[in-house]
Ligand binder design. Structure first.
Ligand code: NAP
Length: 293
């Protein structure tokens, strides 16, 4: 397939491009800067210049492709307003990508997050949360999956809280950033809350499997580790960076504070059984050993 990919320079996108090219697909990738365009053409893909706000560029990219993978999302999580702006931008972009593919039966794979269910690991059958700071993303994904009834083979690959590579990325990466800034490997609450995780290269395989074969309107869990206690994640970060490990106020983590404090394990059992997905790369706690002071 010739696949239009947004977010191809990110932690997940880089792995997705390599997985697609390694499996015989070709890629048209969105680049919003000269640096990103260079990175993408060095990776061996065709580049189209533009950002998520350039809806005509997105429409043209989707029209030219046999399928789309939507990964781009703004990196500014510092304030609630910045997060809301990124959610609105992503939602408008996904809506244009979806409408472009209506009636084509072509695949549109988008990224989502695993839901949290009190007291147990969430599964692929659980609905996404429609409250909280990232509820707008859930609404965009739900609207996209509903395009299944209008001739789009839409699917969502739900990410656990941390998608990592070489110890970087995701919520654990934000804990590391905060530790480097503050001199303390901090975690909110008592640290027994669990976060699930996956290696970016394992997640990339699941994006390819969803692109190739997921039925319309389905959601999948890219979960390799069902849930590590956050105090265990912080302990490795602190040891690798030579910093003390301790509980810190939720507010330290800005708009993510309340989410960081929650227990949110997730299961990928159905995904493994139905799509034949098998993670093979290091777990989060193993991968964090790659951190350097
Ligand atoms: N990593 C995780 O643990 C995790 C967990 C759950 C969900 N997710 C989601 O998975 C997706 C990919 O994650 P990631 O970790 O790979 O992200 P990332 O490393 O932060 O990369 C973000 C990607 O989006 C692009 N991008 C951002 N804003 C854009 C805009 N306005 N226009 C065009 N491109 C834009 C970036 O391009 P530039 O390189 O040009 O900046 C980059 O390619 C995101 O939607 C993220 O929210 C990630």
């Amino acid at each position: 397939m010739h696949v239009f990919v947004t977010g191809g320079t990110g932690t997940i996108g880089t792995a997705v491009l390599a997985e697609l090219l390694g499996s015989g697909h070709t890629v048209l990738a969105l680049a919003r800067s000269d640096a990103s365009a260079r990175t993408l053409s060095d990776a061996g893909v065709e580049v189209v210049r533009g950002g998520l706000v350039d809806l005509d560029v997105l429409r043209a990219g989707a029209e030219r492709s046999d399928g789309v993978i939507s990964l781009a999302f703004g990196r500014d999580y510092a304030t609630a307003d910045a997060l809301a702006a990124s959610i609105a931008e992503e939602g408008a972009a996904m809506s244009v990508l979806g409408e472009t593919l209506v009636g084509s039966d072509r695949p549109l794979v988008t990224v989502s997050g695993t839901p949290w269910i009190p007291g147990r690991a969430s599964t692929e059958a659980d609905p996404l949360q429609t409250e909280g700071p990232v509820a707008g993303r859930a609404r965009s994904v739900t609207a996209l999956l509903e395009l299944a009834s209008r001739g789009v083979r839409s699917s969502a690959v739900r990410m656990p809280r941390t998608v990592h590579d070489e110890g970087r990325g995701g919520f654990a990466g934000l804990l590391t950033d905060a530790a480097r800034r503050s001199g303390v490997a901090g975690y909110p609450g008592d640290g027994t809350q669990r976060w699930p995780a996956v290696h970016a290269r394992d997640a990339a395989v699941l994006f390819r499997l969803a692109l190739e074969s997921a039925p319309a309107g389905t959601a999948w869990h890219a979960v390799a580790d069902e849930g590590d206690a956050v105090q265990d994640i912080a302990a490795v970060i602190g040891r690798r960076l030579g910093l003390p490990v301790q509980s810190v106020p939720e507010e330290t983590f800005g708009p993510f504070g309340p989410i960081f404090a929650m227990d949110q394990p997730a299961s990928g059992a159905h995904t493994r059984a139905a799509l034949g997905w098998q993670p093979t790369h290091p777990s989060l706690l193993e991968d964090l050993e790659a951190l350097r002071p």
